[in-house]
Every structure is written in C-alpha cells, then in structure tokens.
Design a protein around this ligand. Structure first.
Ligand SMILES: Nc1ncnc2c1ncn2[C@@H]1O[C@H](COP(=O)(O)OP(=O)(O)O)[C@@H](O)[C@H]1O
Ligand SMILES: O=c1ccn([C@@H]2O[C@H](COP(=O)(O)OP(=O)(O)O)[C@@H](O)[C@H]2O)c(=O)[nH]1
Length: 235
C-alpha cells in the first residue's frame, strides 16, 4: 500500500537531457517512464509537470537580447515538447496518459481542463500538465504548485539534481548541510533557491507538502510509495 494516493511529480527539463545537457536523451526518457509506470502499477495516481530547461529558458533567451515574454513563450512550448516525448515513452510502457496544455494547441494535446484532469487521474491515467501556467515570468515549479493544488494531489515530489534542500547550494558550497525537513517559512526566509519563492508561497498558503529528492533510479518508488526520501517541506 503506497503512502500517497495522488502525487504531482515535477521533473526538471534538464534531467531529460542527461550528459548531453541539451535536448532529450531517449534512454533517460525511457528509464523515467519505466519508473513512473512502476508507481502507477502500485496504485499511485500521477500528475506530471516537466520543465523545459533542456530546450529553452526564457531568462537565458532574454540574457541573449530577446524580449523576455517572447523567450518565456518559447520556454512554455518546450515543456509541451517534453510532455509529448514523455507521453510516447509512457505509451511504450503500456501506461495511459493525457497531455494537457495551458495554451490551446489541439489536436497536438488537450487544453487544460481541471475537472477532466480530476476524472482522468481517478481513472488511473497519468496527466501531464504542460505549457507551465500559460503566463510568462513564471516557472514550471509554480505550475507544479498550482496544478497540484487544483488537482487535489497529496504531495509535490520535486525530482532534481540534488538529494534534498541544503543550508546553501550544495553544488557551490561543499560545507552545506541537508535538512530532513524544513518549514515553508524557513525556505523563504533563508532564501533557499531549490524551488522558486512564488511556488513555495503558494504551497504554504494551501498546505501542500513538497518532497525534494534526487532523480536517480529507484528513488521515485522510494519517494512516492514509501514517502521517506530527500527533504520534506511542510508547515
Ligand atoms: N539551498 C539549496 N539546497 C539545494 N539545492 C539548491 C539550493 N540552492 C540552490 N540549489 C540548486 O537548485 C537546483 C535545483 O533547482 P532548479 O534549478 O529549479 O532545478 P530543476 O532545474 O531541477 O527544476 C539544484 O540543482 C541545486 O544546485
Ligand atoms: O508558467 C510558466 C512556466 C515556464 N515558463 C517558461 O518555460 C521555461 C522552462 O521552464 P523551467 O525553467 O521552469 O524548466 P526547468 O528548470 O524545470 O527545466 C522557463 O524558463 C520559462 O521561460 C513560463 O514562461 N511560464
């Protein structure tokens, strides 16, 4: 019996790129889809938000001289491409999934519909929420917070490159120490950068717990089924 009934899994776009650092690595994609399939088969309902950092980041595009909102629109479209790639990989695992986009683009995928998403999740389909919030100047972490609350998930699982939240960025500060759990308020007041402040604030307001853990083989099952991995952010 899994600890959670319904989770929102947030995967970073960069994680899909693997060693190449850009684009989509098909082996990694298949591995992730197989892990998702495994937790679905254990009865966990899965909502999925995938970032787009492997394709376009609005902030990087604007650093290169592009209008930020224009770059963000491209970033959001990148998340749809990642969502479609994941849907294909889930098809190969025999797992039913639906891609919803916050920006209309039928027939490529469905337009976001909260009530339909709830029905699909209850029926055991994976629902992939793409195109972020549909607005520039937001991130897919904010999309994850928003969709987790709307689709009545028990928890957000943020799978990332580090194995939890530290006192400072562990990639830059080797002396940083890891929290087993931490309050939303402390993440915000200490300015810990593992998830953006808007997303943490929204989760705080709606009491949506967040697990931050490292995306390596086996960890998703540990996080989603056993619920004891990485750092837990709660009230
Ligand atoms: N206090 C911190 N604890 C953990 N990670 C941190 C912290 N501050 C910054 N980071 C960095 O945040 C990154 C994860 O955030 P983000 O770039 O949003 O990830 P993703 O691209 O996986 O969504 C980690 O790879 C880590 O290097
Ligand atoms: O609601 C949103 C979500 C995403 N984005 C754009 O999409 C890009 C990819 O998302 P993100 O950086 O969150 O991806 P990740 O870091 O998780 O791969 C961002 O840089 C933004 O340009 C946006 O404009 N609005």
């Amino acid at each position: 019996m899994s600890k959670f009934k319904r989770i929102l899994l947030k995967l970073s776009g960069e994680a899909l790129a693997g060693e190449k650092g850009h684009g989509i690595d098909n082996v990694i994609l298949a591995d992730m889809a197989s892990e998702i399939a495994s937790i679905v088969k254990q009865g966990v309902q899965v909502a999925l938000v995938i970032g787009g950092g492997n394709l376009v980041r609005g902030i990087s595009a604007s650093a290169g001289g592009m209008n930020r909102a224009q770059g963000d629109a491209m970033g959001m479209l990148g998340t749809v491409m990642n969502g479609l790639a994941m849907q294909d990989a889930l098809d190969k695992q025999g797992i039913d999934s639906v891609v919803m986009s916050a920006i209309r683009m039928e027939p490529v995928c469905e337009f976001f519909d909260r009530r339909r998403a709830l029905k699909l999740l209850s029926a055991g389909s994976v629902v992939i929420f793409s195109a972020g919030t549909g607005n520039p100047f937001f991130t897919t972490d904010s999309c994850a917070a928003l969709r987790a609350i709307e689709s009545e998930c028990d928890v957000i699982m943020k799978a990332t490159k580090v194995d939890g939240i530290y006192t400072a960025d562990p990639v830059k500060d080797p002396k940083a120490t890891r929290f087993d759990d931490i309050s939303y308020q402390e993440v915000i007041s200490r300015g810990l950068k593992v998830m953006d402040t808007a997303a943490v604030a929204l989760c705080m307001e709606h009491n949506m717990p967040i697990f931050v853990f490292k995306m390596v083989k086996g960890n998703l099952t540990k996080a989603a089924v056993e619920g004891n991995l990485g750092t837990l952010v709660h009230c």
